[in-house]
Design a protein around this ligand. Structure first.
Ligand code: PEP
Length: 262
C-alpha cells in the first residue's frame, strides 16, 4: 500500500488540565510570535474549556487552530458539567476524542467515544480519535485486537461520506508520559502498527480511504525524538502532551516537522 506523502503534517499539543486562562493566553501570544505559518503543517493546541473562548479571540488561524480535549456527545440537555460539540461548534476546528485518560479516568466507553466522533462531525469539528493498547494488553500480545476494536468501534457511526474527515492518533498507553528511553515506542514498532491500522481501514472501507486518513503518533514525543517519529512510514504528525507545555520544545517540534518535509 502506498501512503499519501503529500498530506500535511499535524502537530497537536494537548495541554490537558494545565495553564490558567491568563497563562494560556500568554503562551498562545508567544507561540504566534515565534512560529511561521506553514501551509503544509497544521499546528493545533488543545487548552482547557475555560480558555477556548478567550483564545479564539486572539487566534491567528493561519498559524494555529484550536481543539477541545473532550466533549459531551449530546447536543443539549440535563448533563451537568458537560460541554457539547454543538456548544463547541465555531470555537474549535478539532476535537480530541477517546484519549486514554478519558477512557481510564473518566470511564468513557466505546459507545461514548463513537457517539462523540459522530457528534463532532455533525458539528463540523474534525475528530482526532485516539486509540492505543495498555501495557498489559501489549505484554499479552493483544495489541492488534484492542486496536481493531477501538478503531472500528470509534468509527462505526461515521458515514462513508465522512470517513476521510477523521484523524486517528495512535498512542500506546505504555509510552505516554514516560521518562525512560526503554519505555519509548520504537519507530519500527510504530511503523508495523500503523501498517496494520491502514490495512484494517483498507479492508473495512477502501484502499483510498486507508491512504487518505491521517494517522498521528503520540507517546512521550520531545524535540530529540520528534524527527524519528515524523519519518515513520504512514505517520502524518504528532500528538504531544508534556513537551507541548514548554513553548520552546513545541516550536522546535514544529520546525522539525517542516525540516523532515523538505
Ligand atoms: C498524551 O497524553 O496524549 C501524550 C502523548 O502525552 P506525552 O506526550 O506527555 O506522552
Amino acid at each position: 500500500m502506498c501512503y499519501n506523502y503529500r498530506m500535511k503534517s499535524y502537530i497537536v499539543g494537548n495541554w490537558k488540565m494545565n495553564f490558567s486562562v491568563g497563562e494560556s493566553s500568554v503562551y498562545l501570544h508567544k507561540l504566534q510570535q515565534k512560529t511561521r505559518a506553514y501551509r503544509s503543517i497544521e499546528v493545533v493546541v488543545a487548552p482547557s474549556f475555560t480558555a477556548l473562548q478567550p483564545l479564539s479571540l486572539q487566534l491567528d488561524r493561519k498559524k494555529i487552530r484550536l481543539a477541545a480535549q473532550a466533549g459531551n456527545p449530546h447536543d443539549f440537555g440535563a448533563y451537568t458539567g458537560g460541554v457539547s460539540y454543538t456548544q463547541l461548534r465555531g470555537l474549535v476546528d478539532y476535537g480530541i476524542i477517546g484519549h486514554s485518560e478519558r477512557r481510564q479516568l473518566f470511564h468513557e466507553s466505546d459507545k461514548d467515544i463513537r457517539a462523540s466522533v459522530a457528534a463532532a462531525l455533525r458539528n463540523q469539528i474534525t475528530p482526532i480519535l485516539c486509540i492505543g493498547e495498555t501495557e498489559t494488553e501489549h505484554t499479552f500480545g493483544e495489541t492488534e485486537d484492542v486496536l481493531r476494536d477501538q478503531l472500528l468501534g470509534g468509527l462505526s457511526e461515521v458515514s462513508t461520506e465522512d470517513i476521510t474527515k477523521v484523524i486517528i492518533a495512535y498512542e500506546p498507553v505504555w509510552a505516554i508520559s514516560t521518562t525512560t528511553d526503554s519505555r519509548l515506542a520504537s519507530p519500527d514498532e510504530i511503523a508495523r502498527t500503523v501498517k496494520f491500522l491502514r490495512h484494517i481501514l483498507s479492508d473495512t472501507y477502501s484502499a483510498s480511504v486507508a491512504e487518505e486518513i491521517p494517522i498521528l503518533y503520540g507517546g512521550s514525543v520531545n524535540p530529540s525524538n520528534a524527527g524519528a517519529y515524523l519519518t515513520v512510514p504512514g505517520i502524518n504528525g504528532l500528538l504531544i502532551g508534556g513537551a507541548s507545555l514548554i513553548g520552546d520544545q513545541f516550536i522546535d517540534i514544529i520546525e522539525t516537522a517542516k525540516k523532515v518535509q523538505s
